[in-house]
Every structure is written in C-alpha cells, then in structure tokens.
Design a protein. Structure first.
Length: 196
C-alpha cells in the first residue's frame, strides 16, 4: 500500500432520483471533491467514465434501477468504487452484486466523506484485497440485517461466507509470507526495518 493516500480531490458521482437528496449529498461532498450529480440511472451512465473514482448509487429509481446501472457500469469495464446508498434493507441478492460498500439511508455528511476516503484507500490494494473488503462488507451487511436462522437457510449467504473465508485465508497467507521475509531480513547484519 502507498504510504499516504490522497483522500481529497476525488471525482465522485452522486446518483439519486430524489433531487433534493442528490443535491444535498453533492453539496456535502463538494467541500473536498469534484462532484457530478445525476437524477436518474440514464443520466448516471452519461456521466460515469474512467475519471470517476467513487459512485454513490441509489438502488431504487424509476427509469433504471441502481442494480441495472451497477451491471451496466461493470459491463462497460469502468471500474470506480461503487457504494449503494439506499433506503432498501439489503437482502440476500446483494451477494452477487458488484459493489464495494452498502450504506442504508439516512446517511450523514461524515458517512459520505469517510466512505470516499475508505474507497480511495482500498484502490491502493490489489484486486484480491479489494474483493476481500467488498465481500466482507456484504457479509457484515447481511449479518446486521438477518437473524441466524435466516443466514443459515440462505445459500446466497453461505456463498458469500465461503468466499470471505477463502479470501481471508489468502490474505493471511500473504501476510505470513511478508512476516517470513521480514524475519529473514532481520537476520542480516545491520538488518531491520528501523534502526531504533
């Protein structure tokens, strides 16, 4: 990961068919970022391009749902961090959706700004680590919305949980390799990561 991540000045696209909400989110984000605002899924697809870093996407819109916008962005090969922002309580269908984070309305100014910063930090990691964070977010979202018996009965949740465990083991293995490398490095004369 880079030593420091620039968390201001990102290009953010806010998509919500409720104009007042979209404009409020945009106003909050304009204090630190370049913001584009769309009031429909169709407009969002006209505004999203490779320069967009983060998309805040409403899930329920009349002309084109957030789910459809999300799929179209993925099909176009554009790869911004996508945050679903919605009043819809998440259901098990989120397991297959290609988003990075899920926020349930209402959200605060701090929620939005912190989420942009978190998404920008995540982009400094490789694809596998980014997927780990996205899957962990889906797992946590489902676990806060569903009870144990619902989770146990859901094949979608089991799939998310299995993928989470698989990615966690890979991450642990990578961390162990780094620790092994650092341990070997410590054995060299004058070695060590800091001279104290």
């Amino acid at each position: 990961m880079k030593e420091s991540v620039e968390t201001e000045g990102a290009t953010v696209l806010v998509v919500d068919d409720e104009q007042d909400i979209a404009d409020l989110y945009s106003t909050w984000l304009l204090t630190a970022h370049d913001v584009r605002t769309a009031h429909s899924g169709t407009e969002a697809l006209q505004l999203v391009d490779a320069s967009v870093d983060v998309v805040f996407l409403d899930r329920q819109m009349p002309d084109m749902s957030g789910d459809e916008v999300l799929d179209t962005i993925a099909e176009q090969g554009i790869d911004p961090a996508v945050v679903m922002v919605t009043a819809v309580d998440p259901d098990f269908d989120i397991g297959e959706m290609p988003f990075d984070e899920y926020l349930t309305k209402p959200v605060s100014r701090e929620d939005l700004l912190d989420t942009v910063s978190e998404m920008l930090v995540r982009t400094t990691y490789d694809d596998q680590v980014q997927e780990y964070f996205a899957v962990a977010s889906k797992k946590a979202t489902l676990e806060t919305q569903k009870n144990t018996s619902q989770l146990e009965a859901s094949t979608e949740y089991q799939t998310v949980n299995e993928r989470f465990e698989e990615l966690r083991k890979k991450a642990d293995s990578t961390a162990a390799e780094i620790d092994d490398f650092e341990a070997v490095f410590q054995q060299f004369p004058g070695g060590g990561l800091s001279s104290g």
